[in-house]
Ligand binder design. Sequence first.
Ligand SMILES: CC(C)(COP(=O)(O)OP(=O)(O)OC[C@H]1O[C@@H](n2cnc3c(N)ncnc32)[C@H](O)[C@@H]1OP(=O)(O)O)[C@@H](O)C(=O)NCCC(=O)NCCS
Length: 181
Amino acid sequence: MLRLIKPSMEYKQQYLEAIREFQREGRHMDKDVNRLNADFVTFLARLEAQKDRRNLSPDAVPSTDFWLIEGQEFIGRLALRHELNAFLLKVGGHIGYEIRPSRRCQGYGKRMLRLGLDEARKLGLQRALVTCDEGNIGSKKIIEANGGQFENASTVEGSSIRKLRYWIDLNTIKDIRDNIL
Ligand SMILES: CC(C)(COP(=O)(O)OP(=O)(O)OC[C@H]1O[C@@H](n2cnc3c(N)ncnc32)[C@H](O)[C@@H]1OP(=O)(O)O)[C@@H](O)C(=O)NCCC(=O)NCCS
């Protein structure tokens, strides 16, 4: 069964292996796998702390990290921001996600966003903003398959990248459940 879980020690080795995969494509370069391996407890505690505004700087918003698991395998991660600040409203949105490279193009991205929208609704959000780079065809398809209504494109300051901004009404997502999960 495909599910989103709270990050846990149980999947430590698989998470680290996934980070190595991401790093081979130039992502997560800020992460030191050896250090994570040595002190995964602190890493998990840091993720947990991000949920609580009291642990954050004034410009940051609380967020929850989820890991996508199928059977006993780590597939990807999703970050759910509990609210939007000016930057997230323009560029980042409520939800960010990534599928580990070895598991892409197997439908997991679509299904992970679907599960993430359920979590957003549980959090009390009425609608979620989800964005993607204009050229990110996979992510664009994922958002549109999940009922994303295109609002506009915004530009990132100091970059030529255009972000496509979509809103998803969380009161209607039940209607598209059968198509995706
Ligand atoms: C974008 C990403 C999440 C897609 O995950 P995925 O599991 O491969 O997505 P899915 O398998 O659900 O694919 C959804 C659709 O996009 C298509 N697709 C996926 N990757 C694609 C690519 N690189 N180029 C073109 N189409 C692609 C799939 O074929 C599928 O098309 P369909 O609906 O016609 O069948 C994944 O490539 C990733 O993690 N990328 C790096 C991080 C990232 O870009 N995150 C999104 C930030 S907004």
